[in-house]
Write a protein that binds this ligand. Structure first.
Ligand SMILES: *Cc1c(COP(=O)(O)O)cnc(C)c1O
Length: 398
């Protein structure tokens, strides 16, 4: 055996944490890191949020798992609350984002099947997309590096450039079932689909009998200052995949749909063993308790403004290191001029955690509960890292 017993699929940082407190992660030796990686947009309410801890421990003392052979009251309740607060009528719970996308893809294909059009199964997707690592979702994402070596690509995904309406129009045929898009691309580098673009996609779907699917696995649950990022555009989808933030660190995902879009998903056609189990549902409900509280999303928007202003000033100060600020709410990106891996490492040296993304971007995904003071500390740490990186850049260019 070489090295560890784990698959070598992750290039892990040489860091291990013992505990988390709000926006902070603490190593065994007591070193504190400001966490704007948030487990990749998962720790929506930071670490060890007291309401989440008590919801999970209370449920853990009562009942862990029964399967979907039985009624699960916490699941019905979370489903109703998601439906009440969105376009959706129906919800299917999963354990991950990729599974939520699988359900979304199956829901769209099945809709056309029960409408007597089984040949309509193709889905339009976008360059730079990320939808997960299952066989269907790597095909949907279309990234060659994720597809390589895994056999024939799952059939039925047609990819076009992000934001290119003409290309979408051209690729639609009578075999097209749906359009699938992240309203704000995460892995792709915090790239926002404009409101007019999303509105035009909605129109195209309506004109052609297609379903519009939003992947809000990363952008959902308050991340952008609205419960879901598509609310900024006024456009609603027919189907939506969510995960990450809804569990606040517990594995939960969900596929949401209108009654009409979900009409093919009848008894026995889809299933899951773990999805929607009592532990996951207790935490999901607890996350919603906080995020839906009066004033919470406004506080995210206020803090986002502060963060964006701070980042903009850092970009102005260090034009050799950074190019621009991107993003909406607390789903923020810094497009780098220096290699983003180097920026990421330099920030880690300042005990500040962020996440690299495509397009040479670093993502900042602080907990929605982050304080204004912590945002200022974060900006200062970026400034320190940039000053060191800038010095290196100046030296090597002389
Ligand atoms: C993370 C992510 C996924 C996949 O979620 P997993 O839980 O890793 O399967 C899908 N779509 C988007 C937009 C994501 O950010």
């Amino acid at each position: 055996m070489s090295g560890s017993a784990l698959y070598e699929t992750f290039a892990r940082a040489p860091l291990a944490f013992d505990r988390g407190e709000g926006s902070w992660l603490v190593t065994e030796s007591g070193e504190r890191y400001l966490d704007f990686a948030g487990g990749i947009a998962v720790n929506s309410l930071g670490h060890s949020h007291p309401h989440l801890v008590s919801a999970l421990t209370e449920q853990a003392g009562k009942l862990w798992h029964v399967s979907n052979l039985y009624q699960i009251p916490g699941q019905s309740r979370l489903g109703e609350r998601l439906a009440e607060n969105t376009f959706a009528d129906k919800v299917f719970f999963t354990n991950s984002g990729a599974e939520a996308l699988e359900c979304a893809i199956k829901t769209a294909r099945r809709y056309h099947y029960v409408n007597g059009q089984p040949d309509r199964y193709r889905i339009v997707t976008f360059e730079g997309a990320f939808h997960g690592r299952t066989l269907a979702t790597i095909a949907a994402g279309g990234q060659p590096k994720y597809l390589e070596g895994f056999g024939p690509k799952v059939e039925g995904f047609d990819q076009v450039p992000f934001g290119d309406l003409e290309a979408v129009r051209k690729v639609i045929t009578d075999e097209t079932a749906a359009i699938l898009i992240e309203p704000v691309q995460g892995e792709g580098g915090i790239r926002e689909g404009s409101a007019p673009f999303l509105q035009k996609l909605r129109e195209l779907c309506d004109q052609n009998g297609l379903l519009l699917i939003f992947d809000e696995v990363q952008s959902g649950i308050g991340r952008t200052g609205k419960l879901f990022s598509h609310e900024w555009s006024g456009v609603t989808p027919d189907i939506m995949a969510i995960a990450k933030g809804i569990g606040g660190g517990f594995p939960v995902g969900a596929c949401l749909a209108t009654d009409e879009a979900a009409k093919g998903m009848t008894a026995g056609v889809h299933g899951t063993t773990f999805g929607g189990n009592p532990l996951a549902m207790a935490v999901g409900n607890a996350v919603l308790d906080v995020v839906l509280e009066e004033g919470f999303l406004q506080s995210v928007r206020d803090k986002a403004l502060l963060a964006k202003q701070g980042l903009a000033s850092v970009v102005d100060e260090f034009p050799d290191v950074f190019e621009e600020v991107r993003g909406v709410g607390l789903m923020l990106g810094l497009k780098c001029r220096a290699p983003n891996a180097a920026v990421n490492a330099a920030l880690r040296d300042e005990h500040f955690l962020v996440v690299p993304a495509g397009d040479n971007v670093i993502r900042l995904l602080p907990p929605l509960t982050v304080s204004e003071e912590e945002i200022r500390v974060g900006i200062d740490r970026i400034r320190s890292a940039a000053a060191k990186l800038g010095a290196v850049t100046a030296k090597t260019s002389n």
